[in-house]
Design a protein around this ligand. Structure first.
Ligand code: CAA
Length: 261
């Protein structure tokens, strides 16, 4: 692949968008490679993903403005669908995805981060949806996910004004969970990924499904969904082991890794 790096480190893997000369902007080729990268994730061994950008300046500076500049209405719609399809796939990917936002996260970059389960960022990160300044709307889920994450009022302000916000403001409004000095960001993301990977994988996957799908339905349906996913964990090797470990009062015991069974 030309624009996506993929590195598996034990039970988690790092996806790096690597098109530094354009601040990692998303053209069709990058989106296609991202999709193909998800095809090759080994879900038998990978329990968490990290998404980041190459270099120290930019996570992803948006969809590629050069590529978009000459599109017709129907081509624009198709380009939106291409981004939406791959971001939705990431959002629904069976294992958790952490966005390690290492700089500019504008337009499609902010949208990519919002398709991830968890966002943490470096102190030089800048978030924003600048599309109306370019004569378009956000097109890779920004109008929907930003409003769900930070509330409609703040999302509308950011989108209508096209004003970028810095890391501390992104933290204040709940767009990111934590801010780190640049050099500490990836280690923090890796530590979080390893911590997630240590927990029972079937349970973690079911939590992701329950939260994501539960948010799309009313509370009664959501609780039924939770009951099913809760029930689904029972009789697994990991549930039996996890509970037996707790109930065993032997203080010398050492917890074994969960088996994903
Ligand atoms: N598309 C294409 N190329 C881009 C790009 C983008 N989104 N963002 C940056 N680049 C390119 C620049 O054209 C420049 O290329 P050249 O060296 O060939 O001139 C290179 O990356 C470096 O960028 P700058 O020289 O502009 O760097 P800077 O430090 O002065 O500014 C920046 C950085 C503020 C991020 C600025 O590059 C910028 O404003 N970029 C565009 C951000 C943007 O508007 N993103 C939203 C795109 S629309 C969208 O994403 C729609 C959607 O929802 C799907």
């Amino acid at each position: 692949m030309e624009f996506i790096l993929y590195e598996q480190k034990g039970e988690y893997a790092i996806i790096t968008v690597s098109r530094e000369k354009a601040l990692n902007a998303l053209n069709s080729a990058v989106l296609e490679e991202l999709d193909r990268t998800l095809d090759q994730v080994d879900l038998n061994t990978v329990r968490c993903l990290i998404v980041t950008g190459a270099g120290q300046k930019s996570f992803v500076a948006g969809a590629d403005i050069g590529e978009m500049s000459g599109l017709t209405k129907s081509e624009g719609e198709a380009f939106g669908r291409k981004g939406n399809d791959v971001f939705r796939r990431l959002e629904q990917f069976p294992v958790p995805v952490i966005a390690a936002v290492n700089g500019f996260a504008l337009g499609g970059g902010c949208e990519l981060s919002m398709s991830c389960d968890i966002r943490i960022c470096s102190d030089n990160a800048v978030f924003g949806q600048p599309e109306v300044g370019l004569g378009i709307t956000p097109g890779f889920g920004g109008t929907q996910r930003l409003a769900r994450l930070v509330g409609a009022g703040m999302a509308k302000q950011m989108i209508y004004t096209a004003r970028n916000i810095k890391a501390d403001e992104a933290y204040r409004i709940g767009l990111v969970n934590a801010v780190y000095p640049q050099e500490e960001l990836l280690p923090a993301a890796e530590k979080m990924a390893a911590g997630i990977a240590k927990n029972a994988p079937i349970a973690v996957r079911n939590c992701k499904k329950a939260i994501n799908e539960g948010l799309d339905v009313d509370m009664d349906e959501a609780l039924i969904l939770e009951e099913k996913l809760f029930g689904d964990c029972f009789e697994t090797e990991d549930q039996k082991y996890g509970m037996a470990f707790f109930l065993d009062k032997n203080k010398e015991k050492v917890k074994e890794p969960f088996q994903n069974k």
